[in-house]
Design a protein around this ligand. Structure first.
Ligand code: C5P
Length: 236
């Protein structure tokens, strides 16, 4: 059983750019503690002994630049750069096609923009996938969760969802290769677009286990998030 990793990194970072302060580089290429965010994410996975190979999906016009950058950081031995797509699902699908995986191999998908993932959580995710076939990292909700209807000037609450039943999905999200491939194919056939891989697998009626994540493993999304990530990084 081999472990492959897909890192979708083809986002344009529009929410980051909209904030202004961080400039126009997609967030996965911004520096954190002196290293590109993507490089930090890659290093976390390369520390896990079972990881066989990592596929990073980037925009077509960035493939050469990212390859060069990864060569400078001596990371190309176990990392391939492949073409991403217009949505996260497109990026994962494109990368999945490149994997020389067998049906019972494990595929982990991890957001490039969660560079503070720790190797121990990655290992626990791999163990959970080996046991359950599908597992994601998630954190319990601490806030009270409201369902709303959007209105022109905001939102109106329609109900309160008991927070004991809520988990906020993070990554990595891991699956046996055949399950993820079937889930992506089924979503494509049905025109279903998900914001994570688990939602595609859930549609097949397959149970997905949850591994406890942490607040540190947050998704760098808005300009203020970089300062928070720097803070966490200094705690190491
Ligand atoms: O924008 P979002 O929060 O969904 O991004 C999550 C991850 O998916 C990021 O690492 C981003 O680069 C990636 N992504 C991608 N291709 C897209 C959009 C997002 O690989 N078209």
């Amino acid at each position: 059983m081999q472990v492959f990793v897909i890192i979708p990194a083809a986002g344009l970072g529009t929410r980051m750019a909209a904030g202004g302060a961080a400039g126009h580089a997609p967030k996965q290429f911004l520096a954190l503690g002196g290293q590109p965010i993507l490089v930090l994410s890659l290093r976390a996975f390369l520390k896990v002994p079972g990881v066989h190979r990592i596929y990073v999906a980037v925009r077509k016009n960035e493939i050469q630049r990212v390859e060069l950058q990864l060569r400078e950081h001596n990371l190309l031995e176990k990392v391939s750069v492949v073409e991403g797509g217009d949505t996260r699902q497109d990026s994962v699908r494109n990368a999945l096609k490149m994997l020389p995986a067998a049906d019972d191999d494990i595929v982990l998908v991890h957001d490039a923009v969660r560079p503070l993932i720790d190797p121990a959580t990655i290992e626990r995710t791999i163990e959970a996938v080996a046991r359950h076939r599908a597992a994601i990292v998630g954190v319990p909700a601490v806030d009270t969760i409201k369902q709303v209807e959007r209105t022109a000037d905001g939102a109106i609450i329609t109900s309160t969802i008991p927070r004991e039943r809520i988990v906020l999905a993070q990554t990595p999200q891991g699956f046996r290769y055949d399950i993820l491939r079937r889930a992506v194919e089924a979503a494509d056939a049905d025109g279903f677009a998900g914001t994570d891989e688990a939602s595609l697998v859930e549609r097949l009626g397959i149970e997905v286990a949850v591994v406890l994540g942490s607040a540190r493993n947050f998704k760098i999304t808005q300009p203020g998030d970089l300062a928070l990530a720097e803070f966490y990084l200094r705690q190491n």
